[in-house]
Design a protein around this ligand. Sequence first.
Ligand SMILES: O=C(O)C1=C[C@@H](OP(=O)(O)O)[C@@H](O)[C@H](O)C1
Ligand SMILES: C=C(OP(=O)(O)O)C(=O)O
Length: 451
Amino acid sequence: MSHSTQARPATAHKGAPLKGRVRVPGDKSISHRAFMFGGLASGETRITGLLEGEDVLRTGEAMKAMGAVISRTGDEWVIQGTGNGCLLQPEAPLDFGNAGTGSRLTMGLVGTYDMETTFVGDASLSKRPMARVLDPLREMGVQVLRAAEGDRMPITLRGPKHAAPITYRVPMASAQVKSAVLLAGLNTPGVTTVLEPVMTRDHTEKMLRGFGAELEVETDANGLRTIRIQGQGRLTGQVIAVPGDPSSAAFPLVAALLVPGSDIVIENVLMNPTRTGLILTLQEMGASIDLLDRRSAGGEDVADLRVRSSDLRGVVVPPERAPSMIDEYPVLAVAAAFAEGTTVMEGLDELRVKESDRLAAVAAGLKANGVECREGEASLSVTGQPDGKGLGGGTVATHLDHRIAMAFLVMGLAAEKAVTVDDQTMISTSFPEFMDLMTGLGAEIQTDRAA
Ligand SMILES: O=C(O)C1=C[C@@H](OP(=O)(O)O)[C@@H](O)[C@H](O)C1
Ligand SMILES: C=C(OP(=O)(O)O)C(=O)O
């Protein structure tokens, strides 16, 4: 298992303005799905721009363990898929490391196969709730042979001889749960239906269609989405260019807003409307973010983002916006720490079950660095200090959570005193180039000796 590696702290200091043009790595959600659907389809899938973060690479390893042939040639990843309905029983447990998306989607993907599959993960993933995926799978006939208390990993699934299609209303705003049910439907005869009351990222729907699945979506007047997938259809290999991840772009973006005199461009960022809540919120706060050269690439909207340092003011972020910026709250809270007035964020219940309890981790990190904030059950309010005076000087506990580490390193670039995070190793799960990219823009971040 990977994360027995020693913790490596890092410290960020206030310094010169950030300048330059950068590209962030490929979108994590699309990269996971590209490996999965390519591994399942008939024929060859070729992927450029794939995120080569640990989370995604583990999905690739899992697909290999079930029969896909995956190789990297130059900048391209090439997959020979197993062909529809032909996944093989893996010989060893599938180790998903830190990745909720990889593990939950794969449970859906393989759960309805007539085979036994074991899922393991690191200390963070082993604490995360899996009942949200196991419950609908049970309804489809999947047996959970083993699970730790409260339906947590390690988990062993045994697929049924004949899976049954279901209609499932997703009880929380979660693209992972929606996707797991749709993927289970792929190997189930008949039509599997997912009802989604609150729209979440739609990469599964879009990409499955692109691979040739028979999938239809209807949205009613109240915004309820009905997604129907015809089981046992045929997926065919595709050519995929993965756009830059807006959830990774968020870190250099907020850093450039906060460090006076900064002016940067982040190229080729995914602008799918289910992912742009942070940009909208920051613009409401007064951020100078220009979307340059908006274009369509591989069925997705992308743009180059020009970001200039800006004076921010506090806003109220409505709960219904949460799904479109769910992974961006830690760095938004950091932006709010430098805004005039108070920023109120609501509808954050899902933050409690990410790689860490992000609501608690963010509040503790802000307090350790002199920021006034209040943590509610599912809300956070942060009162800012526009010039960063008096802020910083603390060490933040990251709890194996990449986004907590990156968010607080961004804070250190603008606070009066340096900010230290207790461990930067997890950053490689989603953004291995983070340190190089940030220091290339002029940021002062030092890696400290192993703790
Ligand atoms: O489907 C996906 O690719 C993801 C969905 C989100 O999780 P939830 O579905 O748990 O909200 C998000 O936090 C995660 O980083 C990626
Ligand atoms: C929540 C995240 O990922 P996952 O659920 O895939 O671990 C994230 O990347 O912020």
